[in-house]
Design a binder for this molecule. Structure first.
Ligand code: ADP
Ligand code: ASP
Ligand code: MG
Length: 435
């Protein structure tokens, strides 16, 4: 039962990424955002990532390195325990930063804040949110600073939600608490038409739909975790991605407006065909030969269903596959580069002749507006041809087209696609408005 106090609370969740909390100066800037929200009458839940990037003492990659140096065979359970420390350190430090500015703040681990997960260590899924402890602190007038990226299982194990998972913590808390908005503060101005580190003339997108952003995130746009977008969408919580270091409006992520509901994308695509170009680097193409009229690959599989054997072997090894292409003679798919040798060993042990093509990258165009529009693939091929990027494999959905290309072509391919679809020239300006 909710109290009157809580019913009248206007809750906002503000998430600060690793760079945003990496130094005292950056934390002060982040704290200004929190103070402003408190002054605006919000009850504030802050979610923090570990401080800094690889090499910084408590950054996630640094902690992983320490654990692996001690023992390369460390279990995922213990790696989760180790990684969770980064966010806990950050939450305690940031709560201290807030208290130093006169804001009553309290730090909590993800488990204390009510994120209950399964025991899929390193990529646990949230199964329940028990947010009463957070609510009680908000009702008492405190800002709650939650360690992102982590939860606890029913049996009390510490888990992590997958790299970049602090976004997921923020959206899960936002949805469970009925927040007015979740703000994702990061080191760029918002969601761009391509990774601004790769494409200097990429533009920020003013408004984008949950669906499109979830596709972008799945296809490599690192700015937000895909699960975070999906949770926000399921909870119908508006999201805003914006910079900790500037006052720009960033990108609003939302669903169709009441007016746009009849035409699901009308509220968010603004008439564009392609919204963004994304990329995933460092993947390996695996081709497994299967007999039937003599494919060029040697064949080792038996007479029983060879297709099943290939995919069951990979599944049993717990390796995730993507860009799957099945023909009568060849089964091919991609895996993360660091899983390729293990995949090959498992497949060969199962009697499947396996060929690796390392150093590949996946480039994708994403756009709800491409549904039913002819000629999009022709433009993709033209752009990639123009920069000598040989297409090794493709996949598509009604709102995405992905092409596997050699890694060395990645930068010029992303830029060429961005140019081909006119994303450099045009700022997507409609919609917007801050919380
Ligand atoms: P944080 O630590 O704040 O969570 P991340 O490094 O996880 O930050 O995500 C922000 C980074 O995402 C940016 O610095 C940018 O290089 C990268 N990025 C990739 N694709 C995009 C995109 N389409 N829009 C914005 N940023 C992107
Ligand atoms: N610190 C974690 C990572 O580097 C989680 C996050 O930053 O969102 O992946
Ligand atoms: Mg991130």
């Amino acid at each position: 039962m909710r109290s009157d106090g809580e019913r009248s609370m206007r809750i906002i969740v503000q998430k600060f990424g690793g760079t945003s909390v990496s130094s005292p100066a950056h934390r002060d800037r982040a704290a200004e955002r929190v103070v402003q929200a408190v002054h605006n009458g919000y009850s504030v839940v802050v979610v923090v990532s570990a401080m800094g990037r690889s090499g910084d003492p408590y950054a996630t990659d640094t902690l992983l390195g320490i654990a692996r140096d001690a023992c390369p065979e460390t279990t995922t359970r213990e790696l989760d325990l180790m990684m969770s420390c980064g966010e806990i350190v950050s939450a305690v430090v940031f709560a201290g930063t807030l208290r130093a500015t006169g804001v009553d703040a309290l730090a909590m681990t993800g488990g204390q804040a009510g994120l209950v997960t399964d025991e899929g260590f390193s990529c646990a899924r949230i199964i329940r949110m028990d947010v009463e402890p957070v609510r009680r602190q908000l009702e008492a007038g405190r800002v709650v600073v939650v360690a992102g990226f982590q939860g606890r299982s029913e049996s009390g194990e510490v888990t992590t939600l997958g790299r970049g998972g602090s976004d997921t913590t923020a959206c899960a808390l936002g949805a469970a608490l009925g927040a007015e908005i979740v703000e994702i503060y990061t080191d760029v101005e918002g969601v761009y038409t391509a990774d601004p580190r790769l494409v200097p003339d990429a533009r920020t997108i003013a408004v984008v739909g949950y669906d499109e952003l979830a596709q972008m995130a799945h296809l490599g746009a690192k700015v937000i975790h895909p699960q975070a977008v999906e949770i926000a969408m399921a909870g119908a919580v508006p999201l805003r991605v914006r910079s900790t270091f500037s006052d720009g409006p960033g990108t609003l992520i939302t669903g169709p407006t009441a007016e746009g509901r009849r035409w699901p994308d009308a509220g968010t695509t603004g008439g564009r065909v392609i919204t963004a170009v994304t990329h995933l680097a460092d993947v390996t193409l695996i081709r497994v030969g299967v007999p039937e009229g003599g494919d060029d690959l040697a064949v080792g599989v038996g007479a029983e269903d060879p297709e099943l054997r290939v995919f069951e072997t990979i599944a049993a090894a717990g390796i995730s596959v993507d860009l799957i292409n099945v023909s009568p003679t060849v089964k091919s798919f991609i895996v993360a580069a660091n899983e390729a040798l293990r995949a090959k060993a498992c497949l060969e042990k199962a009697g499947c002749a396996t060929e690796l093509r390392p150093n590949c990258a996946k480039v994708s165009v994403v756009g709800s507006g491409m549904r039913g529009v002819p000629g999009v693939m022709a433009q993709v091929v033209r752009a990639l041809r123009g920069v000598g990027a040989h297409i090794l494999q493709t996949s598509d959905s009604h709102v995405t087209i992905s092409c596997l290309i050699p890694m060395e072509c990645l930068e010029r391919a992303v830029r060429a696609l961005h140019e081909q679809f006119g994303l450099s020239a045009r700022m997507t300006t409609h919609g917007g408005g801050s919380a």
